[in-house]
Design a protein around this ligand. Structure first.
Ligand code: TEU
Ligand code: CA
Length: 582
């Protein structure tokens, strides 16, 4: 048997494609599979190992494709099943693995099961695939309970015969009843459908919400109840044991990746036991602010929780549901809790991008897999001034605009200046489905391609190094003694990552040769909000063996002769991948 450490999902750099906004091949202003196929070489050169596609299935797009009518068909806006099959094969030829997104909590209200259930009688087997209930009140005019939709408003919608159905998200997304064995069989069959087409992994949407307490009890919405009636029920684990058996029935490695959004790391880790999901997204890290002590705690907590179940950690800074981290890091409060979805708040975008560059080096140096959300490699900010009449996200509409929703991180990508849509669509196309800001002109991929100091070139350099540094694959990390505002750790014998989150420049270790840095370095110093990867061979004399000591510049006695040496050694432009990567 192959040793576990060679399992690709343990250390892959995985790129999230949001098909609607990646590239438009046919000119209707909506991204599609033809667009993705035309940009596969870009992904290969970026240096990622796998692509996760947000849903591309037949869908009325009430929630941008997370409302699926048929998991075995591609939405005509995106292309055809034959094209998806070709795309999977082409990606494989480029050495890129493919992950598709499966949504088990709900289907579209246009799914054949739901149209049948709507037309069937109360108490019928058709209705048992969902959560139909009579209402409260004299005429059943009140919803069965007080549960609220995650997108705003009640979680129940009434059908003409008077019953109500549950939808934790939009009314167009009725929740499935996972206690019904037909639901389990159908989804396992859908997994096989995509695995049979060569797909390497499945991203499991809202993975911790599928099972519900059948009593559907009300609860106090001001606190997180324990137990919760629909978050993290024990029955979920049975579902994923079944899925794991399907994945393991294929001879090569097929991975299950959960969207498990839980505050308690121990509860989270239970989804990653050996016979359940392979990995899950690290939302704790995604929500953590630009704050060294908080990040250190988050990283330690993550590693500890995963070690117990022998699962690899994942590191995520952005996705299609949250404010892009360039913008989040440019705000006075950089955590997700405060950074989530505001209208035109105060943002220092340059500061945010500087931090995002450093964060990329942190994220890619940590042990485990790393996720890159499309456009993150271009340093794109959140678009926060989308006009009301162009907004699409059901969150915006269901909250009557109180919450701007998630459109700002889903704006079509800028590729070049060849067309009005910055190369997103071909010339003469319909306008992009969301408007692109004029700053896309300088942030487009072609402009960044020719600028060695660009975010794109930094990502490429770092990803190339990550792929060749064996320490970044299998070696555990060890924290170095460092000032509180500096994150410094080693991987293996000779790799050091150092991120300076303080307001002052910090001296670099004397024994380090720069592999890549997020900003230009000089005088042997690491500027504020800057990250660096170093080849380190010698321990600092006097330090505890195996541990290198880093001290703030002010505390370090001037060492004659060292300043010049440091300057020579560290006068390297940002991104410069010493050692032939690039
Ligand atoms: O998101 C699940 C999730 O829990 C959401 O509540 C998320 O927090 C949301 O975006 C509110 O901020 C997944 C998908 O990633 C999301 O795009 C879908 O809309 C959702 O499931 C429903 O399928
Ligand atoms: Ca299109």
């Amino acid at each position: 048997m192959t040793p576990r450490t060679t399992d690709w999902w343990r250390h892959a750099a995985i790129y999230q494609v949001y098909p609607r906004s990646f590239a438009d091949g046919n000119g209707d202003g909506i991204g599609d599979l033809a667009g993705v196929r035309s940009r596969l070489d870009y992904l290969r050169r970026l240096g990622i190992e796998a692509v996760w596609f947000s849903p591309w299935y037949l869908s009325p797009m009430a929630d941008a494709g997370y409302d699926v009518t048929d998991f075995r068909q591609i939405d005509p806006r995106f292309g055809t099943l034959a094209e998806a099959e070709k795309l999977i094969d082409e990606a494989h030829q480029y050495g890129i693995r493919v992950i598709v997104d499966i949504v088990p909590n709900h289907v579209s209200d246009e799914h054949a099961w739901f149209t049948a259930a709507r037309n069937a009688a109360p108490g019928s087997p058709e209705r048992d695939l969902f959560w139909f209930r009579d209402g409260r009140g004299e005429q059943g005019e009140l919803p069965p309970n007080e549960w609220q939709s995650i997108f705003g408003g009640p979680a129940w919608t009434r059908v003409p015969d008077g019953q109500w159905y549950l939808h934790l998200f939009a009314p167009e997304q009725p929740d499935l009843n996972w206690r019904n064995p037909l639901v389990r069989d159908e989804y396992e069959d859908v997994l096989r459908f995509w695995f049979d087409r060569g797909v390497d992994g499945i991203r499991v949407d809202s993975a911790a919400m599928c099972s519900k307490d059948p009593a559907l009890p009300d609860y106090d919405h001001t606190v997180f109840p324990d137990p919760h009636p629909y978050v993290d029920l024990d029955e979920n684990h049975d579902i994923y044991r079944g899925w794991r058996a399907v994945a393991d029935s294929y001879p090569d490695q097929r991975a299950l990746i959960g969207e498990v959004w839980l505050a308690d790391p121990a509860r989270f880790a239970r989804y990653l036991r050996a016979d359940e999901l392979h990995t899950a997204f690290n939302f704790d890290f995604l929500g953590c602010g630009w704050d060294a002590p908080a990040l250190r705690v988050c990283i330690d907590r993550t590693l500890a929780a995963h070690t117990e179940v022998e699962a690899p950690s994942t590191w995520v800074l952005s996705n299609h549901d949250v404010t892009r981290h360039v913008t989040r890091y440019g705000r006075p409060d950089t955590s997700t809790a405060a950074g989530i979805r505001q209208y035109n708040p105060v943002v220092d975008e340059d500061l945010g991008r500087r931090r995002a560059r450093a964060a990329a080096l942190l994220t890619m140096a940590l042990p485990g897999a790393v996720y890159i959300y499309q456009g993150e490699e271009l340093g794109l900010p959140e678009v926060e001034d989308i006009p009301a009449d162009r907004r699409d996200d059901p969150i915006y509409h269901r909250t009557q605009g109180r919450d701007p929703g998630r459109d700002g991180c889903r704006v079509p990508l800028p590729w070049d200046e060849s067309t009005e849509s910055y190369g997103f669509s071909p010339a003469g196309a319909e306008r992009p489905w969301l408007p692109q800001p004029t700053s896309w002109a300088r942030l487009n991929a072609a402009a960044q391609e020719s600028d060695p100091t660009s975010v794109l070139r930094l990502y490429r350099s770092a990803l190339a190094l990550r792929a060749t540094e064996s320490a970044l694959r299998d070696s555990p990390m060890n924290w170095l003694d460092a000032p509180e505002e500096v994150l410094a750790f080693t991987r293996g014998d000779d790799f050091t990552c150092m991120i300076n989150l303080s307001g002052a420049a910090m001296p670099l270790p004397r024994d380090g040769a720069v592999l890549v840095s997020s900003q230009p370095l000089s005088d042997g110093l690491l500027p504020p909000d800057t990250g660096v990867w170093l080849r380190t061979v010698r321990a600092v004399p006097g330090a505890v063996p195996g541990r290198r000591v880093l001290m703030p510049a002010a505390d370090r006695a001037p060492a004659p002769g060292n300043v010049g040496e440091g300057a020579r050694r560290a006068a390297v432009p940002a991104n410069s991948p010493v050692g032939g990567a690039g």
